[in-house]
Design a binder for this molecule. Structure first.
Ligand code: C5P
Length: 310
């Protein structure tokens, strides 16, 4: 006999993936991180995080891209819930259910999105009153991309990526993401970037004024011209087959194609929603990419809602 699922009142939030429109990487810092100048855009591929009070701490991971995501204490969402409980001086166990749509180990900050969602949902469930700056500080302690994903949208990122300043943009940007069969480890891609650069001095990174101007005008062609990623060469060196997929995307009409973050997901910016559909079809029909996703940006987080969770 199967028993009906137990229902709890919990809190639920949807958190988007991100793409870096620009990722300028400076020299390694004494703490091992690299100084960055980046422009983040959140895109409409979402993980959903539900938290509910329970007797013990626990996590469950389901959804289209759940395979390979640890459902144990190493999961970033559970670590985020513990970090918030520690900061607030409380011990109120929660059960977390993550429904994954964001590609895993793909350079789209899927784990960071889950951590941001867990922070927002637990903050609400526990009735806490931390300021946005206090939440951002806890987020930064867990990962460089997490403060950005507390709100999404479009933002400039400095420091190691954790210092974010929201940026006004116009328009909607249409994306096609080509997924890779195998993930890439972010530390390994940064290490490969350092290796390829050798001993040459690396200047402190700065965001491009052209990109920020193009975003403020909502001009997708100008945004495409100004996009760039200093980790691209390293990601291509570790997965050389990506170069052919990039070429295919451009030949099928993308305005621009870049490696997303540390890769290996490739991000193609398209002229409009129709071109994105055409590109997604061409990439799959030609066999250039086995798996693609369409999305648009900028996407927002939330709302953080009280919900009935399984
Ligand atoms: O902060 P996060 O956990 O996302 O970083 C994962 C790894 O990526 C770091 O341990 C580091 O090796 C590398 N990284 C870096 N410089 C950054 C961000 C990440 O070297 N600004």
């Amino acid at each position: 006999m199967t028993s009906a699922p137990q229902l709890h009142t919990g809190v639920c939030v949807r958190v988007p993936a991100k793409v870096n429109l620009e990722l300028r990487v400076g020299p390694p810092r004494p703490d091992g991180f690299h100084s960055l100048a980046t422009v983040y855009q959140a895109v409409s591929l979402f993980d959903t995080i539900e938290v509910s009070a329970d007797r013990d701490w626990g996590i469950e991971v389901v959804g289209r891209t759940a395979a390979g995501v640890p459902a144990d204490e190493s999961n970033l969402a559970l670590r985020a819930a513990h970090a918030l409980a520690d900061a607030a001086g409380i011990d109120r166990p929660v059960r977390i259910r993550v429904t994954k749509e964001i590609p895993v180990a793909g350079g789209m900050a899927g784990g960071s999105a889950d951590a941001a969602g867990a922070l927002l949902a637990c903050h609400r469930l526990w009735g806490l009153d931390l300021s946005p700056a206090e939440l951002a500080a806890i987020a930064a302690g867990l990962g460089s991309d997490i403060p950005f994903l507390l709100a999404g949208g479009t933002a400039l990122g400095g420091g190691r990526g954790e210092r974010v300043v929201p940026t006004a943009t116009r328009g909607t940007y249409h994306w096609v993401f080509a997924l890779s069969d195998e993930g890439l480890s972010t530390p390994a891609v940064y290490a490969e970037c350092d290796r390829l650069r050798g001993a040459a001095p690396v200047p402190q990174p700065e965001p491009s004024a052209d990109l920020l101007a193009a975003l403020s005008f909502g001009n997708a062609e100008a945004v495409a011209d100004a996009m760039g990623n200093d980790l691209q060469e390293a990601a291509l060196s570790m997965q050389p087959a990506l170069a052919g997929v990039l070429e295919a995307g451009l030949s099928f009409g993308a305005l621009a194609g870049i490696v997303s973050g540390s890769g290996p997901t490739l991000a193609f910016l398209c002229r409009d929603a129709e071109s994105a559909i055409d590109l997604a079809v061409s990439l799959t029909a030609s066999g250039a990419a086995a798996d693609v996703r369409k999305a648009h940006g900028p996407a927002a987080v939330g709302p953080v809602e009280v919900a009935t969770c399984r």
